[in-house]
Design a protein around this ligand. Structure first.
Ligand code: SF4
Length: 125
């Protein structure tokens, strides 16, 4: 490589360098945006208590009550699921999980417990 062609090579490379840095900054900010979005979704779920698996806000007594009443996430009797129970409160935020008038914490529509109560016409849903 001659001195002139070497100089030309460095000039061309140098002109691309700021573009590479710019692309790096843009890509990095996109990744940060995605991470922030995921983080905010998670925070919102925790705030509203809509995550089906998040029992972190429950006391030991609340957890004991869930266990004592034999709450299960999937009922063995399809006609006696939480979503068909008079005490089930569907989510207003569009989450899969609802809540229950009797048991604290997230309740899956597919779940059930020993206090399952038939919906009388005109109540609940
Ligand atoms: Fe589900 Fe039991 Fe609550 Fe009814 S009382 S919604 S069956 S947890």
């Amino acid at each position: 490589m001659t001195n002139k062609s070497r100089r030309d090579f460095f000039k061309k490379t140098a002109s691309f360098f700021p573009a590479f840095i710019g692309m790096g900054v843009i890509l990095n900010s996109c990744d940060s945006g995605i991470e922030n979005s995921k983080s905010n979704e998670s925070k919102n779920e925790k705030k509203s208590g809509t995550s089906c698996d998040d029992l972190s806000g429950l006391s030991d007594d609340d957890l004991a009550t869930r266990k004592k009443l034999n709450y299960v996430e999937v009922s063995t009797v399809q006609s006696k699921t939480c979503k068909l129970c008079a005490l089930f409160i569907p989510s207003k935020e569009g989450s899969e999980c609802g809540t229950c008038s009797l048991i604290k914490g997230p309740i899956k529509p597919s779940g059930s417990c020993v206090y399952w109560a038939k919906i009388e016409s005109g109540s609940n849903v």
